[in-house]
Design a protein around this ligand. Structure first.
Ligand code: ZN
Length: 383
């Protein structure tokens, strides 16, 4: 038995003082105050540590290498090995679960990382229209029949989530972020088929019409939730209120590595408008997680999630809400609650210890002192 003693413990919802987490066979068996049992091997994290559930990034691409030529990186041999390295960087940053929302050839489902990486929940290639956004990942499907077949294929392959490109996107030549890719019947078919297989479905949406279409179709979460127009960027406050009232989760694309090169000019020009959108979502009470889009380019290396948390608190999000978003709310969104996202009996002992108090200073998340994956130290004492 392992006993991890921490002066501060954020359990996924709230902060507690002076707790000991007992771990056996990879799982948390109890959270106690007072002295650990005599038989336990005790790890004392020190006077300034905070223990949290391992973090969950709800939107990454292990197949993207965060280089200036992400698409070129897909072509070369050794892709699975590079994906394993990307996964290792996530784990070292304290991200113990990643949701991969777009790989090539279902590779993210076959990495066989075990405890050497985070738990990978994967969508396989995102479903997109012929030559639509990210078509090069291999997920093209048009019309209700093909879309249903695509969802069934993913379920049969063991995907954990269905990802659908509701609108165009920025990284695909010829694709337009402000335009819908699918009609309502195709979107409803995808959502119905996903739910029939017990899978959540998330929609990539970069414009108001896309967000509305995903809500209409019954999607469970919406990636990006941005508001591109043909010429610029325009918030739709009524739609943000509708999103909040729906309880559908917004997977917010926050997080940029320090010292990173600026984003592409089209994004850079819309950055302050996009931040306004994030603030408006929080003010309206939209349920949210963070999906960094890690890997998609140089500003977003794997393991960037702590900087996403920092970005949101920087524009007024309360640290406690951000911490819940990247632990317990993320686990619910990914359908792994009961197992991930909380430090509680029966949950996997995926744990992150940081120096400092992230509720007072969220940048503490960028200072991991220990990471455990199913009770096994990855970094820190005993690793
Ligand atoms: Zn993405």
């Amino acid at each position: 038995m392992l006993a991890i003693r921490a002066p501060r413990l954020f359990d996924g919802r709230d902060l507690h003082r002076d707790r000991v987490v007992l771990v056996e066979n990879g799982r948390v068996t109890a959270v106690i105050s007072g002295d650990p049992p005599e038989a336990a091997a005790v790890v004392d994290l020190g006077a300034d540590a905070t223990l949290l559930p391992g973090l969950i990034d709800c939107h990454v691409h292990l197949a993207f290498d965060a280089s200036p030529d992400v698409l070129g990186g897909l072509e070369r041999p050794g892709l699975a090995e590079r994906m394993r390295q990307a996964a290792g960087r996530q784990l070292a940053a304290g991200v113990t679960t990643v949701r991969d929302l777009g790989d090539l050839g279902y590779l993210a489902l076959e990495l066989g990382l075990g405890l050497d990486g985070p738990e990978v929940l994967a969508a396989g290639p995102p479903i997109t229209t012929p030559r639509g956004h990210c078509w090069f990942l291999g997920g093209e499907a048009a019309g209700e029949r093909e879309v249903r077949a695509a969802v069934r294929e993913r379920a049969a392959r063991g995907a954990h989530v269905v990802k659908m490109m509701v609108t165009g996107g920025e990284m695909t030549p010829g694709s337009r972020s402000h335009l819908l890719q699918y009609g309502p019947a195709e979107l409803r078919a995808a959502a119905g088929e996903a739910h029939a297989h017990g899978l959540p479905i998330t929609g990539h949406a970069h414009c108001a019409a896309g967000i509305a279409a995903a809500l209409d179709a019954g999607f469970d979460s919406i990636e990006h939730c941005s508001f591109f127009t043909e010429d610029f960027y325009e918030l739709d406050h009524a739609l943000i209120r509708r999103l909040a009232a729906s309880g559908v989760v917004a997977s917010l694309t926050a997080g940029v590595a320090p010292g990173a090169p600026p984003p592409p000019p089209r994004i850079q020009a819309r950055l302050s408008a996009a931040l306004e959108g994030l603030s408006a979502c929080y003010a309206a009470g939209v349920r949210f997680v963070i999906g960094t889009d890690a890997g998609v380019g140089p500003p977003k290396p794997h393991g960037v999630l702590p900087y996403g948390a920092e970005m949101l608190t920087g524009i007024g999000y309360a640290p406690v809400d951000v911490l819940r978003a990247i632990t317990s709310v993320a686990a619910e969104t990914c359908h792994v609650d009961g197992r991930k996202g909380m430090i509680a009996p029966g949950h996997d002992a995926d744990l992150l210890a940081v120096a400092g108090d992230p509720l007072a200073d969220i940048t503490a998340l960028c200072r991991p002192i220990a990471v455990y994956r199913m009770g096994r130290p990855v970094i820190g004492e005993g690793s």
